[in-house]
Design a protein around this ligand. Sequence first.
Ligand code: APR
Length: 269
Amino acid sequence: MTASAVPNPPVVPAALLNALRQAHRLVILTGAGMSAESGVPTFRDAMHGLWEQFDPAELASQEGWDVDRDRVWAWYEWRRRLVQLARPNAGHLAIPRLAKAIGELSGHDVKVDLITQNVDDLHERGGSRRVVHLHGSLFEPRCYLCGRQGQFTGPPPVEAVEKIPPPKCKHCNGVLRPGVVWFGEGLPDHAWSHAEQLVTDCDVLLVVGTSGVVYPAARLPVMARANGKWVYEINPTRSELSDKVHLHWQTTAAIGLPELVTALQLQVG
Ligand code: APR
């Protein structure tokens, strides 16, 4: 099913509303589908223009860097520009409103934390403050040699460019690399342990817009369910996680999340 085939307005599953009404701690795990309606392509979407001939899985890897780091840097600069031009969608904007809506319905405080695999900053620009970035950030390059955080030399180019040499580190003169987790690399320890703690402590885990094929992030919903938590999924198509969660809600992030806030508000009183 494509995003355009999703029923609008969708029917919010009663089981999800009931679980949220009782929740004190909600955790939302997001993937590339969360930003799709902001115009940021998902990893399994074909790329356009200059980059359509390349496989993202090859560019986002140590091997890709070793073969041609100027090309990899240019691809990340193109993505930085794409994200800078994008705006948080209705789903990003709904998330900070969820805690208030649940709180007003239940009469108790609710803590909402986000764990994202996305390297964009659309959650933060959409008003969310408690965001764990499992796969790093497009906006925090670091030195390939000494590991210290680096600085961009300017804004990304307006037009896609095939090769751009990465800037130098001001501490050791090494080259900068994107501050993201590439395929085959481990996750930052602090981000992963924080994420594990969050899914262990939550009451409800809502999984939005991830294919569930990339580990270890895909383990979090399974871990939550094994710990007795309610686990729900928002995705316009079935994913690798759909059979592992309590309920797959077939809708998109920008339709389903605002609809969820409205449904909670309608139940008040
Ligand atoms: N709303 C919600 N979900 C959507 C939407 C939408 N509008 N559009 C697409 N999706 C779903 C797709 O059905 C798919 O299941 O989002 C998912 C996107 O999957 P991927 O592209 O595989 O993205 P993700 O799961 O985040 O990939 C994980 O892999 O490439 C690495 O590091 C990269 O963080 C990324 C990780």
